[in-house]
Design a protein around this ligand. Structure first.
Ligand SMILES: [Zn+2]
Ligand SMILES: [Zn+2]
Length: 390
């Protein structure tokens, strides 16, 4: 059966960029998707053909080889084509989704472990990378409005020399002879109760199904090396200490093409110089003079976004809470916002001059300064004190 040219299959030029190839494949995949072409063998064949072309053209090494040798370069026996013998004649649709799941799903970083496919009977290639955890300290301002952070992470990254395969060249990849590439060893034991099949990962290839003849020198066959990655993280407003997000695929690189682990970022709220947080609200202690409390004033107070003016009405009592609407913290996953509460504290001086003492002495004698004579308090606390003493 003669094969069509891969570039022709995807309808792209030979100079097409990786992005153009991905887009072209996506278009074809959608067009010939089995869900849209039920019981249409021709469409199914086209769908598989596109997947096969993409499998080669998306990979720089395979593409280069295809460019040089054509289809002949792709059928080089056991090691020829990623060891999997991936050709449109014998693949099934599930396999295509397993390999290219990410192209159909959005890949949203907040989507938890989405886009990953595990096992399902097919042996996975490589060993998955481990998850990583890190703490991220955030200011109250960052929490209040949400923020973007760039994180520099030391971790295992894919080895560039071997493109993560761990092999010096593609030809150094061999199907494991112990398990014939299945990655597992089956042992049947017969007992009087019947036969039992014991399945264990192959010890020669550690369940990978493949072994490497000449290991890549840069990574000593691991397919990954110690490195660093800078990751941008979008942090929504309203998070709390110990809230976390899981960035799937951003943890340690897997061994020899194994799935990457996840990066789990745990938030930690920094203590603020002025504000105390309670849920979505913040509290601020304001000091004003006795005179301002009596006469009223207009003060400048800090907020989570610069300074703001706040009116203190004449006759404001010490301890009163003034509300600055929606100057608090964004509610998580909502556009609503908490308030800023300003607690008024009337400042009592601890040192006074003789001249000041004289003024205070005068105020002491003024009738409006004696709480016990105040009518508005007649039913409250002060009247009860008055009763006690009269
Ligand atoms: Zn390597
Ligand atoms: Zn094996």
């Amino acid at each position: 059966m003669s094969k069509r040219d891969y570039y022709e299959v995807l309808d792209v030029s030979r100079e097409a960029s990786a992005d153009e190839i991905k887009k072209a494949y996506r278009k074809k995949a959608m067009q010939y998707h089995p869900d849209r072409n039920a019981d249409d063998p021709a469409a199914e064949q086209k769908f598989k053909e596109a997947a096969e072309a993409f499998e080669v053209l998306k990979d720089d090494q395979k593409r280069a080889r295809y460019d040089r040798y054509g289809h002949a370069g792709m059928n080089g026996g056991a090691g020829g084509f990623g060891g999997g013998g991936f050709s449109s004649q014998d693949i099934n649709i599930e396999d295509i989704f397993d390999r290219f799941g990410d192209i159909f799903g959005g890949g949203d970083i907040f989507g938890g472990r989405g886009g990953q496919s595990r096992g399902r009977g097919r042996r996975s290639s490589g060993v998955p990378g481990s998850d990583m955890k890190m703490k991220l300290s955030l200011t109250l301002e960052e929490i209040a409005f949400g923020t973007e952070k760039k994180l520099r992470i030391k971790k295992y990254v894919k080895c560039d020399s071997c493109n993560g395969t761990g092999a010096e060249t593609d030809e150094d990849y061999m199907t494991c002879s112990t398990c014939s590439g299945t990655g597992e060893l089956r042992q049947v034991s017969r007992t009087m109760f019947g036969s039992f099949v014991n399945v264990q990962p192959c010890h020669t290839c550690n369940g990978e199904g493949r072994t490497i003849r000449n290991k890549c020198k840069s990574c000593r066959g691991e397919g990954r090396v110690k490195g660093e990655e800078t990751i941008s993280v979008q942090i929504p407003g309203g998070v709390k200490t110990n809230n976390y997000i899981t960035l799937s695929g951003r943890g340690n690189a897997g061994i020899r093409g194994g799935e990457n682990g996840s990066l789990i970022v745990i938030f930690e709220e920094q203590e603020h110089e002025y504000f105390v947080r309670e849920g979505d609200h913040i509290f601020y202690d304001l000091q004003i003079s006795i005179a301002d409390a009596i006469l009223g004033t207009d003060v400048e107070v800090p907020t989570l976004k610069g300074k703001a003016r706040l009116k203190v009405e004449p006759g404001t009592q010490s301890g009163k809470l003034l509300k600055m609407k929606e100057k608090g913290i964004q509610r998580l996953n909502s556009t609503a916002r908490g308030d800023q509460f300003v607690k008024v504290n009337v400042y009592i001086p601890t040192k006074v001059s003789d001249a000041e003492k004289k003024i205070i002495q005068k105020l002491k004698e003024a009738p409006n300064f004696d709480p016990l004579t105040q009518k508005e308090n007649s039913n409250g606390f002060f009247s009860r004190i008055k009763d006690m003493f009269s």
